[in-house]
Design a protein around this ligand. Structure first.
Ligand SMILES: NC(=O)c1ccc[n+]([C@@H]2O[C@H](COP(=O)([O-])OP(=O)(O)OC[C@H]3O[C@@H](n4cnc5c(N)ncnc54)[C@H](O)[C@@H]3O)[C@@H](O)[C@H]2O)c1
Length: 522
């Protein structure tokens, strides 16, 4: 470990520089003739074609970005078998050598960061700053977990007494199924995969059906870095492919990031022990949220308004950490609603590849319909304080909307919407606001704008959320700085990008040896 430089976050691009912006446009121009990408099923070194799954540009649904092969049940079975084979070798490679492969994969991504960001812009309508940040986060996960695995390999020191030698080591759990969402199309699958690989597990990756092209880049990076093909297979497909992996009796760990209903189904299915299965599967689940920002009466609104608006509307509210509900002190509620509404009315809704865009389209038609449904409900149950009119009609655009005066039991206030719709709600004080947060089933991120240190202490101590942000926006967790993940129904994981993460992929083993020899046995 002494030869490794300490971990540092990959710097994001300086998009204010004209030459950097020109490089991005060049990368997009270079990407165009490569589309649509072909994404095969990759079972070890074997690449398989078959029935197709199209991923399209949310801003221009006629544009096909990737044509993936839909994995079959046979592919799932073969990939798990290949992973078992790959595991036998990969687990014996020392952590330092596995780390070296992950560092080389990070370097591969770094070299191609512009092209990969361009692909994210096309495949998931990530605006440039978000796409760039996603590539940087993927690099961070590789660099961070590689270092963490080297440290973990040494094992903790145990109490030693004369006559015995005690030794504790962490062994890889086995075949790991990684099932990922589309909203961080490189970083999230990369983080879960890197955590498993760094600790010596073999991975079968089932990426989101909306972003197989980005997942292909991850697998290419890992293999180019030296991860054996048998230790990382790729199974594009829809939920049925994920479900088949979860049910497979020889999968040991399931690392899932996605919605609550799917997470609950996975936890249920993983609890079934099939005949001949001699282990209990571990499910690491990072799930949804209904993230609240509390605004106290003494808050600096010049800080709170841009913080709230960015947290709610960047990437069209499609971050798991996005602000969905504001709980504002009633003394300043009118003022805050007016100012947030004013800031939202001037948001620029447009294509992700335009640098001036604040709010891109949502991922797919079903998402657009869902957000529209909640917006209509907000209008009928409460009051719409702001809505951006005239959004483009081609692509899955939703008008950014601010709703208020909703009844406490409104679905708009309580369910995850995952789109550009922010609800503002009043509270008599911080205590009442904390009661509301406490009453929600989710506990992922939260925010507080307040000046009084006693109020800050009170909320810090009471909030159940996994990540609380004070006097700043509530998105943009950085690896190593803000280990990320939720509590309650927001997840069972222990903080992606944090010091405990790797422990989920290993099992501790203790060996105690009697060192009091009673004669030599030949
Ligand atoms: N907590 C976090 O860190 C975090 C991060 C990002 C996204 N999310 C959450 O993810 C959701 C958005 O992502 P999404 O729409 O891709 O989620 P999703 O749950 O619909 O899908 C996630 C993945 O699960 C697969 N899947 C679907 N049904 C399955 C089944 N029965 N068995 C196994 N796999 C199945 C999908 O194909 C996809 O690959 C939101 O709820 C968001 O809050 C959470």
């Amino acid at each position: 470990m002494s030869t490794l430089a300490p971990f540092a976050n990959e710097p994001v691009l300086e998009l204010r520089r004209a030459n950097v912006r020109a490089q991005l446009q060049d990368a997009m121009t270079r990407l165009a003739p490569a589309l649509p990408l072909r994404v095969p099923v990759m079972v070890g070194g074997d690449e398989r074609a078959g029935a197709e799954l199209l991923s399209t540009d949310p801003g221009d649904p006629e544009r096909v970005v990737a044509i993936a092969t839909r994995a079959t049940e046979r592919d799932v079975a073969d990939a798990v078998q290949e992973a078992e084979r790959g595991l036998r070798n990969w687990r014996t490679v020392g952590a330092a050598d596995r780390a070296a492969a992950l560092f080389r994969a990070a370097a591969w991504l770094r070299e191609r960061r512009l092209e990969i960001a361009a692909l994210e812009v096309r495949e998931c309508a990530k605006p440039w700053p978000e796409a760039d940040a996603d590539v940087c986060e993927a690099i961070d996960f590789l660099e961070y977990y590689a270092r963490g695995a080297v440290e973990l390999e040494a094992g903790p020191s145990l109490l030693q007494v004369p006559g015995e030698r005690n030794d504790m080591r962490y062994a890889p759990r086995g075949v790991t199924a990684v099932i990922s969402p589309w909203n961080f199309p490189l970083a999230i699958p990369c983080g879960m995969t890197a955590g498993a690989l760094a600790t010596g597990n073999a991975v079968v990756l089932k990426p989101a059906e909306q972003s197989p092209g980005c997942a292909l880049m991850l697998v290419r990076a890992l293999r180019a870095g030296g991860v054996p093909a048998s230790a990382i297979s790729l199974l594009p497909g829809e939920g049925d492919v994920g479900a088949a992996l979860v049910a497979h009796p020889r999968v040991h760990t399931i690392a899932f990031t996605g919605s609550l209903p799917v997470g609950l189904e996975i936890n249920r299915a993983a609890g079934v022990v099939a005949p001949g299965q001699n282990h209990i599967k571990r499910v690491v689940s990072e799930l949804g949220g209904k993230n609240c920002v509390i605004v106290h009466s003494d808050a600096d609104l010049d800080e709170a308004v841009p913080g709230i608006v960015a947290s709610a509307f960047v990437y069209a509210g499609q971050k798991c950490s996005a602000a969905a509900r504001v709980l504002v002190h009633e003394a300043i509620a009118e003022q805050l609603v007016e100012r947030v509404a004013g800031a939202v009315r001037v948001l620029v809704v447009g294509q992700a590849d335009q640098l001036g865009t604040d709010v891109p389209p949502v991922i797919e038609r079903a998402a657009q319909e869902r957000v529209d449904r909640y917006a209509a409900l907000a209008e009928s149950e409460g009051r719409v304080a702001a809505r951006v009119d005239g959004v483009p009609d081609r692509g899955w655009f939703c008008p950014p909307t601010v709703a208020t005066d909703l009844p406490p039991d409104s679905a708009v206030l309580n369910e995850e919407i995952f789109g550009p719709l922010l609800a503002i709600d009043r509270a008599a004080g911080v205590e009442e606001a904390c009661d509301v947060v406490d009453g929600l089933p989710y506990a992922l991120t939260g925010g507080l704008f307040a000046r009084d240190p006693a109020i800050v202490r009170y909320v810090r101590q009471r909030t159940p959320v996994g990540n609380l942000y004070v006097n700043r926006g509530i998105t943009g967790a950085m690896v190593g700085r803000q280990p990320f993940g939720g509590n309650r129904l927001s997840g069972t994981g222990s903080k992606a990008g944090g010091p405990d993460y790797l422990l989920q992929f290993v099992e501790p083993r203790v060996v105690t040896e009697n060192t009091m020899r009673h004669g030599l046995v030949v």
